[in-house]
Design a binder for this molecule. Structure first.
Ligand SMILES: [Zn+2]
Length: 317
């Protein structure tokens, strides 16, 4: 026995227990009008309508490596319940914040469907090219209309519990679809539709019914942090908006990271001088990010040197 299926795990005390089979049947019945089951699948080793050559034996091109449809760093729970490979998503650790959470595109694409469906509620389908589509059900609201082009990470709507098959439980019902019959969209929402197992952040999900993945972290449009170099500074260093420009704050004496260096105005105290300026984040001031301090404050190195603590030259910006 599992608990509710198309719904996410309950937060409350008691939920109706229902077998996966029973719920799958219920879901299938409820969404029977969502889309017709696909016709016969194409033979392996053929070419799709979009010209993508499919791998023999698989019947389709490799699934794109999409990201979780939530902003970078968020953690979500994924369940197949009785409807693998479809996934129901609720926010970790305890579902708090699921209702109204922002849904973002997991990959760039064009909105194929966006409407209120009698059973699935507010739904969106995005065409990602190559025959692949992602589908979102039970949304609280839809932020994009048919034909809109969306970038990866762009907001498409909010998580909700719209439509009777949401069973009044906030969650995102998510599917990756593949247009097997080449009709330009992927049927969704029921057993036998063109939904397939999604690869999210390099991991294949939706592999079987009654599967749960906890704390799946979104890698959606996460900025790659620039490399940093560790340096020791011998005194509190004034920080500037540009090398030698407007004073913005202070980098405290101690061990600090810097990003890169540029050659600029000389800073000289007695016999010690340095033309290099280091890009860093200050400890105090405004703004603090991406400001500049003189390499004169480096503790270990000589005049006009700008190296990190291990003796590597800090790269030019
Ligand atoms: Zn579902």
């Amino acid at each position: 026995m599992t608990r509710l299926t198309d719904t996410a795990p309950a937060t409350g005390t008691t939920v109706a227990a229902m077998s996966a089979t029973a719920v799958a049947a219920l879901l299938g019945a409820a969404l029977a009008t969502a889309a017709p089951a696909s016709a016969a699948s194409r033979p392996a080793g053929t070419t799709t309508a979009t010209g993508t050559t499919t791998a023999a034996g698989s019947g389709r091109a490799a699934a794109p490596n999409i990201q979780l449809p939530f902003p970078c760093g968020q953690k979500w729970r994924l369940d197949t319940w009785g409807h693998a490979p479809a996934l129901d998503m609720v926010k970790e650790p305890d579902q708090t914040g699921t209702l109204g959470a922002t849904v973002v595109a997991p990959l760039a694409g064009t909105v194929k469907q966006s409407f209120y469906h009698a059973n699935a509620g507010n739904m969106i389908q995005i065409d990602h090219g190559g025959g692949y589509f992602t589908t979102y059900l039970h949304l609280q609201s839809r932020a994009v209309q048919v034909g809109a082009k969306v970038a990866a990470g762009a907001t498409i709507g909010l998580v909700g519990k719209s439509g009777p098959t949401a069973n009044d439980h906030p969650h995102l019902h998510f599917e990756l679809g593949f247009d097997q019959n080449g009709d330009g969209s992927a049927s969704w929402g029921e057993a036998g539709s063109e939904r397939v197992r999604p690869t999210i952040g390099g991991v294949v999900y939706g592999t079987a019914n009654s599967m749960t993945w906890r704390n799946v972290t979104s890698g959606n449009t996460c900025a790659t942090p620039p490399p940093t170099y560790w340096v020791d500074t011998h005194a509190d260093a004034p920080g500037y908006a540009t090398p030698g420009g407007t004073r913005t704050g202070t980098l405290n004496k101690g061990t600090n990271y810097v990003y890169c260096r540029v050659w600029g105005p000389n800073v000289q105290v007695g016999a010690d001088y340095n033309h290099w300026w280091l890009k860093t984040d200050l400890d105090s001031g405004s703004p603090t990010r991406n400001q500049w301090v003189s390499a004169y404050y480096l503790k270990r190195w000589g005049n006009d040197q700008a190296k990190d603590n291990s003796g590597r030259d800090i790269p030019n910006c």
